[in-house]
Write a protein that binds this ligand. Sequence first.
Ligand SMILES: [Zn+2]
Length: 263
Amino acid sequence: MTKLTVLMYHAITDSGGECSGADPHYAVTRSTFRTHLALVRDSGFLVSSVAGILASDVEGGKVAFTFDDGHESNAAAAADIVEHGGSADFFVNPATVGQRNYLDWQALGDLADQGISIQSHGDTHRYFDSLSEAEIEQELHVSKAQIEGKLARPVTLFAPPGGRMNVAVATIAKRLGYHGICSSRAGLWRVEASAWQIPRFAVLSSTGEGQFHRWIDQDNWEISRVMVRDRMLAGAKYLLGNRRYEQLRARILGSSHEVGTTP
Ligand SMILES: [Zn+2]
């Protein structure tokens, strides 16, 4: 069975180390990002998008790159990926496209022309585990229709904001014509098993080069360690509820971000 590493990025910091409007905990520097691309290449893997993998063959060594939120800094990452001859999935919210600090439709269209896959992160970045089924359907439908209308390319993937999901999401997404869901759960993607809970490794400002290397090399011990930590955090989210979890997280990270702005 083919197992792939899928990476999840957010913002890329500028040369001054800034990423206006984005959570620095989730941001990496451009030089770090370029190092990641070089490590993937040097390990003999291709830089791919999840959409590309689902649409074609899964044979051969590939690492999938994904970006959530459509921060304006993602254009720099896309340029590096294209220069590298690769692709990636960018999950965007139509409600924030073109807003301050976010890529606009023109920029997203340019990226799509260069082979970057533009996908849905919902319409308004609300957490799906606190929405009714009608609201989930609305978010999935509006975001897909908007992106497809603006870019004239199919939207086949969804990534839930904050990784928050419930059991209804996959059923509704499937009915609306999606082909898969990229979750925020850590682990390797068993491609033949399911496209409705694709695990991703969150690349953070604190992610070390050695750790990154172990993710793409699929080191068993490292994968297990990250999965256990991830399940414990998911348990804390479940027990505390979204709001108290965000407050606890903000206190631990020293983040000034408001509740609901977690990527
Ligand atoms: Zn997000």
